[in-house]
Design a protein around this ligand. Structure first.
Ligand SMILES: Nc1ncnc2c1ncn2[C@@H]1O[C@H](COP(=O)(O)OP(=O)(O)OP(=O)(O)O)[C@@H](O)[C@H]1O
Ligand SMILES: [Mg+2]
Length: 345
């Protein structure tokens, strides 16, 4: 069942078209990640859904209720939507307990218990209850903001880069905690993130914005493996792009013959993800071999640059593990697994 529908929504600030005719459906109980370069309209979209900003045109519907129809709108506090903003979300003059309890009135039954339950939910220690926001780390502040938003029992939770202040390990842990908390509470969630890996692992649906337009929305797998264009492909991860000619479902390219995911014929560009390519030391002088021109040792993931024989292309960069890493100057071949994705020019 669809909980949220965004239908033809546009928003302009002076010369900037922040959002251009966005259409997006969000299923009840699901997790959607919104990604896109800085300035692509992610925060504007969340603010329109939350009701802090009115669209110039288009409609926002939540559970059948029309929240915005062009500039006509239901006020933010009547929408039942929680938001954890990109920055500065807490009241600096209130301690953690009062920040979390802000949503429910002083005299509410079990107020203290509800506050501590929410604190437990986001895995913060109870000794923090009397601290002010400036006495917490960035990550702890974001957890308090999340607890406060959860306390209002929203129908929809909007998270604008909630993990951006955290280092990698903590970030992953926090992402799992938040995903679990929201799932257990059955709250539909929209997450904005700069981190593509975070988007792909967190979400059921990923939506890619560029220059205010929705360029693609779909499952993480479909976006990663079948991006609609090369920009989206490169935005979501590393990719090897090669010119090719397809005949009968097989692409002929600098790597030899590669199976493809399209029945298109003729000249195209194909895309492979680096994990589809294996570098194998091979000193033979068969066709489609190459030479390693550079090896960048990066710990768990190393990068090997291979210049293919007789091909006027820049060296192909392949991410590989450090096991059996070839050396610069080695003759190699590149083995492909799976199918290449086809961009029709
Ligand atoms: N209140 C405003 N007044 C004028 N321009 C604005 C306003 N809010 C946003 N913009 C512009 O609209 C565009 C989209 O901004 P938005 O904040 O939605 O981007 P974003 O995708 O969230 O970027 P980031 O990843 O940097 O947070 C930008 O060009 C921005 O400068
Ligand atoms: Mg933003």
């Amino acid at each position: 069942m669809t909980l949220l529908t965004i239908d033809g929504t546009s928003k302009r600030y002076g010369q900037v078209q922040a959002l251009d005719n966005i259409c997006l459906d969000v299923t009840a109980g699901s997790r959607t990640a919104v990604v896109g370069p800085s300035g692509s309209g992610k925060t504007t979209l969340l603010r329109i859904i939350a009701g802090f900003e009115q669209p110039d045109s288009g409609r926002v519907t939540l559970n059948g209720e029309l929240l915005a129809d062009g500039p006509a709108a239901v006020p933010a506090h009547k929408r039942g939507i929680g938001i954890v903003a990109q920055e500065g979300a807490l009241f600096p003059h209130l301690d953690v307990a009062d920040n979390i309890g802000f949503g429910f009135a002083r005299g509410t039954d079990n107020r203290d218990k509800r506050i501590t339950d929410l604190l437990d939910m986001v895995e913060l220690d109870r000794t923090m209850l009397k601290r002010r926001p400036h006495q917490l780390s960035g990550g702890q502040q974001q957890r308090v903001a999340l607890a406060r938003a959860l306390g209002r029992e929203p129908r929809l939770m909007l998270l604008d880069e909630p993990f951006s202040a955290l280092d990698t390990g903590l970030r992953e842990n926090m992402r799992k905690v938040v995903a679990r908390v929201l799932q257990e509470a059955g709250i539909t969630t929209i997450l904005v993130t700069h981190d593509q890996a975070e988007a792909l692992s967190f979400a059921d649906q990923v939506a890619v914005l560029r220059d205010g337009r929705l360029v693609q929305a779909g499952s993480p797998q479909s976006l990663y493996l079948q991006p609609c264009d090369r920009e989206t492909a490169l935005f979501l991860g590393d990719a090897v792009l090669l010119p090719a000619i397809i005949r009968n479902g097989v692409a002929d390219c600098a790597l030899g013959k590669v199976a493809v995911d399209s029945d298109h014929q003729g000249k195209v560009e194909i895309m492979l993800r680096p994990e589809q390519i294996r570098v194998i030391t091979d000193a033979s002088d068969m066709p489609h071999r190459g030479r390693v021109v550079e090896v960048d040792f990066g710990g768990a993931t190393c990068t090997v640059a291979v210049s293919l024989d007789g091909v006027a292309l820049p060296p192909i960069l392949i991410k590989t593990s450090s096991v059996a890493l070839p050396a610069s100057g080695d003759r190699v071949r590149l083995d492909i697994s799976g199918k290449a994705h086809v961009f029709v020019r």
